[in-house]
Design a binder for this molecule. Structure first.
Ligand code: 5GP
Ligand code: MN
Length: 343
């Protein structure tokens, strides 16, 4: 978005509008944080705002301001479709391709005749929106939302509620401010958010200290099954539908497990394969350190994508076949992976 675009958007937001805000499917802290921050900002500007998520959010985000009012497109289908059809403006937050919302919702969005505005930090965005604020140098979409509000001249409207939402997104997407995309600019914004009332200890506690006994048992089980291939600098987990059943899996319970693979000295590529019985697929998360792009790897071989060092994907093969395919590919890219990071 250029200066003229900001002027146009500012004018657009001068009069009350019906607005829908959309995160990607299986939304994370950044996607939900961005949606709720934008919602609370627009409510202050007298718009009618509804957040429509493609599906359920993980339990560790349900405490967020107004999270309980989020419509789930899969479960509240009629209400969600109605909100989208009646909207004049739709925000697409934390995703770069319309298929990230899933098939059914994608069709409804494709029929939408109003204005799309996309804010996102993933590479290679689709050009589907009238207004696209895309920049891969940002640590989180939430950091972009802060700048977006600032550029519209409304920084003063950022209150404790909006700060809490933005802080949550930045905290989760930066891995608690440790990933390389975390910049001095990120910390300056975080400082401002704390001054506006975002409570860092409270937010951390809500997001990360909300485990159940079963969650930790599932983590322990996953760790006990971790496979490491030292000569390929690779570690991976596999969780079958049976594993998930035994530990009473709920959405979000496997979040972050993949990072334990990457925490092993010498490992530059980690993956987790999770058998998703409902969707009939294997859901995959890839993480890397350094130059090996899991965005390219996921795009080229597993129908996915994401960032250079964090990507998601899916496979319609069986769990065993998916892992076989992965191990063969890792052998093929042995040199790229071993050069990726000096660890
Ligand atoms: P996760 O492994 O946590 O699901 O996703 C890691 C990153 O990749 C996140 O930024 C997420 O938005 C992105 N991502 C996950 N799945 C996909 C996918 O299927 N396609 C694309 N383009 N990005 C994805
Ligand atoms: Mn993000």
């Amino acid at each position: 978005m250029n200066i003229q675009d900001y002027k146009t958007v500012k004018n657009l937001l001068e009069s009350p509008k019906k607005i829908v805000v959309v995160p990607h499917r299986n939304p994370d802290g950044d996607a939900i944080g961005a949606c709720l921050a934008i919602q609370h900002y627009l409510l202050k500007k007298n718009h009618e705002v509804i957040v429509v998520s493609p599906n359920e959010l993980p339990g560790f985000l349900t405490w967020m301001p107004s999270a309980k009012d989020i419509l789930k497109f899969d479960k509240q289908n009629r209400q969600s479709k109605k909100a989208i059809q009646e909207a004049e403006l739709i925000f697409l937050l934390d995703f770069n391709a319309i298929n990230r919302v899933g098939d059914d919702m994608q069709n409804t969005l494709n029929d939408f005749k109003g204005i799309f505005l996309m804010i996102d930090h993933h590479p290679q965005p689709e050009t589907i929106a009238e207004f696209t604020f895309s920049d891969v140098s940002y640590s989180a979409t939430c950091e972009m939302v802060y700048d977006f509000i600032d550029k519209l001249g409304d920084k003063d409207l950022i209150d404790q509620t909006i700060s809490t939402c933005i802080y949550t997104g930045i905290m989760t997407d930066t891995g608690n401010f440790r990933f390389p995309a975390t910049t001095p600019g990120t910390h300056k914004i975080v400082a401002n958010l704390m001054e506006k009332g975002a409570d860092n200890a409270y937010i951390y506690n809500k997001v990360f200290d909300s485990n159940t006994y079963q969650n930790l048992q599932l983590l322990g089980h996953a760790l006990s099954k971790l496979q490491v291939i030292p000569k390929l600098h690779t570690a991976f987990f596999a969780l079958s539908k049976n594993d998930l059943k035994v530990f009473d899996y709920q959405k979000g319970d496997t979040e972050g497990i993949v990072n334990y693979g990457l925490s092993i000295k010498g490992v530059s590529l980690a993956a987790i394969f999770i058998e998703d019985e409902d969707q009939g697929i294997i859901k995959i998360s890839f993480r890397s350190k350094g130059t090996f792009s899991v965005n390219d790897f996921a795009r080229n071989y597993f129908n996915g994508g994401g960032h250079q060092n964090a990507a998601g994907a899916r496979s319609t093969l069986s769990l065993e076949e998916t892992i076989d395919k992965f191990v063969k590919l890792v052998n093929k890219y042995k040199n790229e992976i071993s050069k990726s990071y000096d660890n």
